[in-house]
Design a binder for this molecule. Structure first.
Ligand code: ADP
Ligand code: MG
Length: 337
């Protein structure tokens, strides 16, 4: 060929299809897109009309014929058509009009079924991918935080996302034990909503609950406890109301779901083969996902397991970075699943 067609050459992309956030990694470029996993749908035509930040802004502020959906909310695929629309949007955004079809690696929750996995792969193919490969999210997270997963030693990751917490012990490139529970950031938000209603007759929305969690939420007593002003609607009088809350209260409010996460980390350890358990005594585990940013969650888990715990330096990017490293090392001929 005498000249190069612009954008003709293929690109390889990695997608973290998270329950709360979707990230796209382009080979040689890094993370190029980071948006909430939300799709706005016109209920009359069933067509997707907005994605990501734009769709999230529409939540609760649009006429009745538009709904915003989080297709991966519980770590399973709630709506295949919406998931396909989301994948198609992401792939087209990254292709930027290029003729070449990208090769795609998708990180999927470890709890999804073989049928759902197949459906995601088919969706990506219809959305324009030339070749599709999937990687389990905890594996991608472990690779992304730099754990030496190929070594014959225990590499443990605890990823607390929006809809699911995924825990895995990896050795020799495979997941030896893994557990996924539907208790993570969203459940903490719900626990805060319930507490406000119970303790103050105050109705608050999911966004306010998340803001409270991020501003004053904690899993372990703080050196200096925090306070915050919260606005909502009084459930009895029906009028707007402002109250003041403390970090102690919110810690108590979140203690149920936090306890479930602690229990699952412990049962994962109980299922670990003894040689790998022995490795973990020194190596401990790494935390990733937005939920690992809850104040003191690392300290609590360390106390409850007796293991050293580290939080990844960029926990929200771990899975996407893992798909990127995976892309660089992937032999596409061999990995043609
Ligand atoms: P997913 O992989 O499931 O899409 P993420 O890893 O992106 O999830 O994490 C999203 C969750 O992390 C949300 O529940 C969000 O509220 C929570 N989160 C993000 N930042 C913080 C923070 N600073 N403190 C506590 N929770 C946080
Ligand atoms: Mg995730």
């Amino acid at each position: 060929m005498a000249f190069k067609l612009p954008g003709f050459f293929s690109c390889d992309i990695g997608i973290d299809l998270g329950t709360a956030n979707t990230l796209v990694y382009v080979k040689d470029e890094g993370i190029v897109l980071r948006e909430p996993s939300v799709v706005a749908i016109d209920t009359a035509t069933r067509r997707a009309i907005a994605f990501g930040d734009e769709a999230k802004r529409m939540l609760g502020r649009v006429p009745g014929n538009i709904t915003a959906i989080r297709p991966m909310k519980d770590g399973v695929i709630a709506d295949f058509d919406v998931t396909e629309a989301l994948l198609s949007h992401l792939i087209n955004k990254v292709r930027r009009g290029s003729f070449a079809l990208p090769r795609v690696v998708i990180a999927i929750p470890s709890g999804i079924t073989a049928v759902e996995k197949r459906a995601v792969m088919d969706s990506a193919t219809r959305a324009g991918a030339r070749q599709v490969y999937t990687i389990a999210e905890p594996m991608a997270a472990a690779i992304g935080v730099g754990l030496p997963v190929e070594e014959p030693a225990a590499n443990m990751i605890v990823d607390i996302g929006g809809g699911t917490t995924e825990i895995a012990v990896i050795s020799l490139g495979g997941m030896v034990v893994s557990q996924s529970i539907r208790v993570a950031g969203d459940e903490l938000d719900n626990a805060i909503i319930d507490y406000m209603k119970r303790a103050y007759n105050l109705l608050i929305g999911e966004r306010t609950a998340e803001e409270i969690k991020i501003t004053v939420g904690s899993a372990h007593p703080l050196d200096e406890e925090l306070t915050m002003e919260v606005k909502g609607r009084d459930s009895v009088a029906g009028l707007p109301k402002t109250i003041h809350i403390t970090s102690q209260e919110i810690r108590e409010a979140m203690s149920g779901p936090i306890g479930q996460i602690v229990d699952t980390v412990r049962t994962t350890l109980e299922r670990c083969p003894p040689e790998l358990s022995a490795d973990l005594v020194d190596r401990g585990f790494v935390m990733a996902g937005g939920g690992s940013l809850i104040r003191g969650i690392d300290r609590l888990l360390s106390e409850k397991t007796g293991l050293p715990v580290t939080v990844a330096s960029d926990p929200l990017s771990a899975v996407a970075n893992g798909t990127g490293i995976f892309l660089n090392n992937l032999n596409w001929v061999r990995a043609s699943t």
